[in-house]
Design a protein around this ligand. Structure first.
Ligand code: MG
Length: 342
């Protein structure tokens, strides 16, 4: 396709502010992408206003200059611009949607999906109290989610994990995500999580601390999973070679797009390393695309893809969209109602 115009829409959902981009091609093709950057650069270096600015000033002009743009050509066309994986991912996603829509091919088929529905899990944040944590977990377990992930941080770790394990029993697939909240000084403390049969412990240390994660992986029975450390296929190879993890959480926005995400999946599948699809409170658009990715054969653990309109839970699974492109389009009414002007 040849992109002739693009429009950015920033709007507020009930959980966060979101940025969508719509590209239009010279033959009238149209595709949507979502940028998963947060309002503030606290979780990753990118932030929403910055990503919108980078798209307007740098990414879009670079793509407008490509006369025949294929989805696989987006990353190379943007490679001279450093960083910005979430902004780049949004642009690649919009091009994928537009090109596949025009070809009548679903993103799931294009990526190589082997499942029509994927098992999903729920992520539970730090709660005010153990009672309120148990209420939240109970709600998600009753809804049918196949796995519960507990966010942990210093001061909120062993006790909440123990209480949830004891209340819901050994049959519940339970994981813990530290989102980089610890340092290797906590290794002995974290190793006590081994008592609770977690399916994995996610990213206890800083993104660049492969050595620290490797030391922890060697002393714990609980498998270590990396999230923030995995910024590319190359980073995934380095982490696996270092022994820093045995499971990988793949987030397309964090690695610069769905095609790099597929590369990470492919190398993990070849190395027998389980992967799962992380979430960043995407709108229904991003979740639909994540479902397509999570339908690939190596995604053997439930993804963080909770149900939200138009995505619905069926048992412990969500159907993979099979329409052309991403398979869903934002509702114009909802966009109008939530779009932030100016
Ligand atoms: Mg995480």
């Amino acid at each position: 396709m040849r992109i002739v115009s693009a429009e950015l829409r920033t709007f507020r959902t009930t959980v966060r502010r979101s940025l969508l981009v719509r590209v239009t091609g010279s033959l009238g093709e149209e595709g949507w992408g979502e940028c998963v950057a947060d309002d503030e650069p606290t979780h990753s270096a990118e932030y929403l206003e910055g990503a919108a600015d980078v798209i307007r000033r740098f990414l879009l002009p670079a793509l407008l200059a490509v006369p025949d743009l294929d989805p696989a050509g987006v990353a190379p066309a943007l490679a001279h611009l450093r960083g910005q994986p979430m902004a780049k991912s949004a642009m690649e996603m919009a091009v994928l949607d537009a090109v596949l829509r025009a070809r009548g091919l679903s993103l799931a088929s294009y990526l190589g999906a082997v499942r029509r529905s994927v098992q999903v899990g729920a992520s539970v944040g730090i709660a005010d109290s153990l009672d309120s944590l148990l209420d939240t977990v109970d709600r998600h377990v009753s809804a049918g989610y196949a796995r519960i992930k507990l966010k942990i941080q210093p001061g909120w770790d062993l006790e909440p994990v123990r209480v949830v394990r004891e209340t819901f029993g050994g049959g519940l697939m339970l994981t813990a995500d530290a989102s980089m909240a610890y340092t290797p000084a906590s290794a002995r403390h974290l190793a006590r999580l081994d008592a609770y049969g977690l399916a994995l412990l996610e990213q206890p240390y800083d993104a660049d601390d492969l050595h620290g994660h490797a030391m922890l992986a060697a002393r714990m029975e609980t498998p270590i999973c990396l999230d923030e450390s995995i910024t590319s296929a190359r980073a995934a190879i380095a982490a696996l070679r270092a022994g820093a993890c045995s499971i990988i959480n793949i987030k397309p926005g964090r690695v610069g797009g769905y095609l790099e995400a597929r590369r990470i999946h492919d190398l993990c599948l070849a190395a027998d390393v389980p992967v799962w699809c992380g979430g960043t409170l995407e709108t229904g658009l991003g979740r639909a695309a994540n479902l397509a990715l999570a339908a690939l054969p190596g995604f053997t653990l439930p993804g963080d893809i909770s149900a939200t309109d138009p995505v619905v839970l069926d048992g412990d699974s969500i159907a993979v969209p099979d329409g052309p492109g991403i398979g869903v389009t934002p509702s114009e009414d909802a966009l109008e109602a939530f779009t932030q002007k100016g």
